[in-house]
Write a protein that binds this ligand. Structure first.
Ligand SMILES: [Fe+2]
Ligand SMILES: [Fe+2]
Length: 489
């Protein structure tokens, strides 16, 4: 992943919960700073290079400037452009299953073809289905893929757009932001998805998203001339001709096109937020953002349904056993919600594999806490949060990953998360085994006390679970997981 890394001194290690400082610094943070940083998680889900959503935002906002959209519309557009891919994890497992391939490559390459043309679609399917397999493997995959027809195609887009719009609404962005995300794959000629809207039936902001995301992909892969060619070619089919005209009118704005190559894109994009609409992120807003991205992560696989929210819940339950203060509990919840953010960068083909991962596959899995850290720490106020959340696979004996921290180096919150994470994972179904009951989980985890898990943290888990707050949730969770799995087939 090619995201920029902030270099700073490592935070001080604290293993005593009474002395643990807050994980989110008290400084004021702009919501746009947080959302721009978190949009990188959406980039990696889509197989795009880090910065795709941010550049997309800058292109869309430059178009809005050219179109002289009022500030209110530009404010709604700004977040729709950054968050257009909020729903993209919800079809990841299905795409990996259908193509028999890493869905990141399938999604990335899909952005470079005109899938409304049969010849392009056929060639794309041949290239993407069962990579490395025999011709027969590929043909069988393609047959299964095309059997679902346009309806299957529409459903894949629909689940993504609906989910993205729903999360944007829960983040309390304006209705116009949600509406734009819901309709970003509609085409001017009515042949887009999910509703087949035509022309001005498509909200203007969605039309801008549709154009800007394609322009960004071609600009980043092949340069400005190629991006303009695609816009011209698809004017009147995919794109609103007036918007293409506006794009062509700004083609000579060299400082703007140059700004898309800046190293400090996360700072650059903030200058495009309408100045009189800047929102600062208060505590409730931070919670909404953490909840939203936990939903994005948990939607990636039926097997990890509600994993992040449950880890957060267990970790807070454990923290309460230590008489931890409400503010730190709040931060621990956020760390639990975001701990697996980096899993969005690991293929569902590997995460959902019904068997033991190979060495190579396991190497991919081991990267996910590193991705989590790199994304979260882009927000300066979240450095401590990133540090502890990304250490959830570390072990006291130093044999964990990704930084190989040991007993002397693991923060108390990381110890709590490590216990909560394994407890939750063992309670859930996996492709290779059923979810385990608490008695079995307790027995298994006890074997690793002092080597993997902190004994005091584990004792806190036992106390919390003995209060009976954990077990009743499992049945409901497993039933929903079964329902999601049946949809995958
Ligand atoms: Fe993890
Ligand atoms: Fe996890």
């Amino acid at each position: 992943m090619s995201t920029e890394i902030l270099v700073a001194a490592p935070p001080q290690v604290e293993t005593d919960p009474r002395l643990m400082p807050r994980l989110v610094s008290g400084e004021e943070v702009r919501l746009s700073e947080i959302i721009a940083a978190m949009s990188v998680a959406l980039d990696i889900t889509q197989g795009q290079p880090a910065g795709h959503c941010v550049r997309n935002c800058m292109i869309g906002m430059r178009l809005a400037q050219e179109l002289r959209l009022p500030a209110e519309e530009r404010a709604a557009l700004f977040y729709a452009l950054l968050l257009k891919d909020l729903g993209c994890s919800s079809n990841a497992a299905k795409m990996a299953y259908l193509f028999g391939a890493d869905e990141h490559a399938v999604k990335r390459d899909g952005k470079l073809i005109d899938w409304t043309k049969a010849a392009h679609k056929l060639k794309y399917a041949w290239q993407q289905c069962a990579p490395g397999g025999t011709s027969l493997d590929k043909l069988l995959r393609m047959a299964a893929l095309f059997r679902s027809g346009p309806r299957g195609e529409r459903q894949l887009v629909q689940v993504r757009c609906e989910r993205g719009a729903e999360i944007a609404r829960d983040l309390r962005f304006p209705p116009a932001t949600s509406a734009a995300i819901r309709a970003l794959d509609e085409h001017w000629n009515g042949r887009g998805h999910p509703a087949g809207l035509r022309g001005t039936e498509i909200p203007l902001l969605a039309r801008i998203l549709c154009l800007s995301q394609t322009v960004e992909v071609f600009f980043s892969n092949h340069g400005l001339a190629a991006a303009l060619d695609v816009a011209r070619d698809r004017s009147g089919t995919w794109f609103d001709p007036d918007l293409v005209a506006a794009l062509l009118a700004i083609r000579g704005d060299e400082p703007f096109w140059g700004s898309l190559k800046r190293a400090d894109l996360l700072t650059a994009v903030q200058t495009w937020e309408p100045g009189d609409r800047v929102e600062m992120a208060d505590e409730a807003c931070l919670d909404r953002v953490a909840n939203a991205f936990a939903r994005v992560v948990d939607a990636k696989s039926p097997w990890t349904y509600q994993h992040s929210t449950r880890v957060a819940e267990i970790a807070v339950g454990m923290a309460q056993q230590f008489d931890c203060g409400p503010e730190l509990q709040c931060d621990i919840r956020r760390a639990g919600l975001l701990h697996d953010l980096g899993k969005l960068g690991v293929s569902s083909l590997i995460l959902d594999k019904p068997g033991k991962p190979t060495e190579d596959e396991f190497a991919q899995i081991r990267k996910h806490p590193d991705y989590s850290q790199r994304i979260i720490e882009q927000v300066h106020a979240f450095r401590q949060l990133a540090d502890v959340a990304s250490a959830h696979h570390e072990r006291l004996d130093g044999r964990g990953y990704h930084r190989r921290l040991d007993d002397q180096q693991m923060q108390w919150v990381s110890r709590v998360l490590a216990v909560a994470d394994v407890c939750e994972a063992l309670s859930a179904h996996r492709p290779y085994r059923q979810g385990l009951p608490w008695g079995k989980i307790r027995e298994m985890m006890r074997r690793d006390l002092g080597t993997a898990f902190d004994p005091e943290c584990f004792a806190a888990l036992e106390r919390w679970i003995d209060r009976g707050e954990f077990v009743p949730r499992i049945e409901a969770q497993l039933q929903e997981m079964d329902r999601l799995l049946s949809e995958l087939q």
